[in-house]
Design a protein around this ligand. Structure first.
Ligand SMILES: Cc1cc2nc3c(=O)[nH]c(=O)nc-3n(C[C@H](O)[C@H](O)[C@H](O)COP(=O)(O)O)c2cc1C
Length: 333
């Protein structure tokens, strides 16, 4: 379905997973995604992880609403109860998401206590049940984002056992963060840096499961590195580098999707965001909730430090509006 929607919209030969921006809690909220979408029409975007509890017992509109411009867009769910996940997948599909992704990679304590995230790698049967029920509930693809292992459960055989069981339940696309997670002893932040990256393991997975779409994630910093990985793998997912240096996304359509179109300048992106900001301020959003995602836009450009500082110090003030953004722009050479 995502392929169909995507191909209809862009008439592309590439998989929508060829380049994606990672789900990042507190970072890839709807404002961030709207901004990222101005930089790339083709990259697949992911929401932050939303738990089944938040959807079933919280404010659904607040957790799930998005702007139609954000397509193609995947909803990442956190949970481990098959029936709850199926219900949330259905709710997500009804909201109009293009894909439902299950988080089997997050190592935080809070997530472990809820018995989901990376600890689910130890329960492939349960993940398979979750995927099977979600697949039954929706027409859109159900995908899984995992690690290559957890704790001492990190043999290649255990990983392939996990993938095989979950694939048999109907998951055709796996996004694999190419490092294991230590569930005790390391913080989530440390778990994103300390366990060594093992791209070779993910590449081996693609060899052993050629029928699956395998997307690699973790530590990819340039489009050249992405291109190289794309020689063997179906997709790359970038997280922190895009967040801190979002202008990298502006080259993705041309370089990764081979799509024609002029490269937008950083200034053009800021100006293109104006109508959105105006509309969001009118409905009571604070300027900072949008501009906080833009601090890295001028990364590497003269004046970038002053741009960041002006926004950080002023966008949070009561009544801050577009003028703060325009003043920040004046610091750029
Ligand atoms: C602030 C932050 C929040 C994150 N939140 C999530 C999340 O909600 N779900 C998830 O699957 N991964 C989450 N991650 C992990 C990223 O999706 C990604 O797997 C990780 O950062 C490695 O990719 P990178 O090296 O390109 O950043 C988060 C990472 C960061 C930095």
């Amino acid at each position: 379905m995502l392929e169909a929607v995507y191909n209809k919209k862009y008439t592309r030969k590439y998989s929508p997973h060829r380049f994606s921006v990672a789900p990042m809690l507190d970072w890839t909220d709807r404002h961030c995604r709207y901004f990222h979408r101005l930089l790339s029409s083709h990259a697949l975007l992911y929401t932050e992880m939303v738990t089944t509890g938040a959807i079933l017992h919280g404010n659904q509109q607040r957790h799930l609403q998005f702007n139609p411009a954000e397509h193609p867009l995947a909803l990442q769910l956190g949970g481990s109860d098959p029936a709850d996940l199926a219900l949330c997948a259905k709710i997500g599909a009804d909201f109009g998401y293009d894909e439902i992704n299950l988080n089997v990679g997050c190592p935080s304590d809070r997530v472990q206590n809820g018995r989901f995230g990376a600890c689910l790698m130890a329960q492939p049967e349960l993940v398979a049940d979750c995927v099977a029920e979600m697949r039954q509930a929706v027409q859109i693809p159900v995908t899984v984002k995992s690690r290559i292992g957890i704790d001492d459960m990190d043999s290649y055989q255990e990983l392939t056992n996990f993938i095989a069981q979950v694939a048999a339940a109907g998951c055709e696309t796996f996004i694999v963060h190419a490092r294991k997670a230590w569930l005790s002893g390391l913080s989530p932040k440390q778990n994103r840096d300390i366990p060594p990256l093992r791209y070779d393991v993910v590449q081996q997975l693609k060899q052993d499961f050629p029928q699956l779409a395998i997307v690699i994630n973790g530590g990819i910093l340039t489009l050249e590195a992405a291109q190289e990985l794309l020689q063997e793998l179906d997709g790359v997912m970038l997280g922190r580098e895009i967040y801190h240096n979002p202008y990298l996304l502006a080259q993705v359509d041309a370089q990764i999707f081979n799509a024609a179109g002029p490269l937008k300048s950083r200034h053009e992106i800021v100006l293109a965001l104006q109508p959105y900001i105006e509309q969001q301020l009118q409905v009571g959003e604070r300027l900072n909730s949008i501009t906080r995602h833009m601090l890295g836009l001028f990364h590497g450009v003269d004046g970038a430090r002053l741009w960041r500082r002006h926004l950080s110090e002023n966008a949070n003030k009561k009544g801050a509006d577009q003028r703060v953004l325009m003043q920040a722009l004046e610091f750029i050479a």
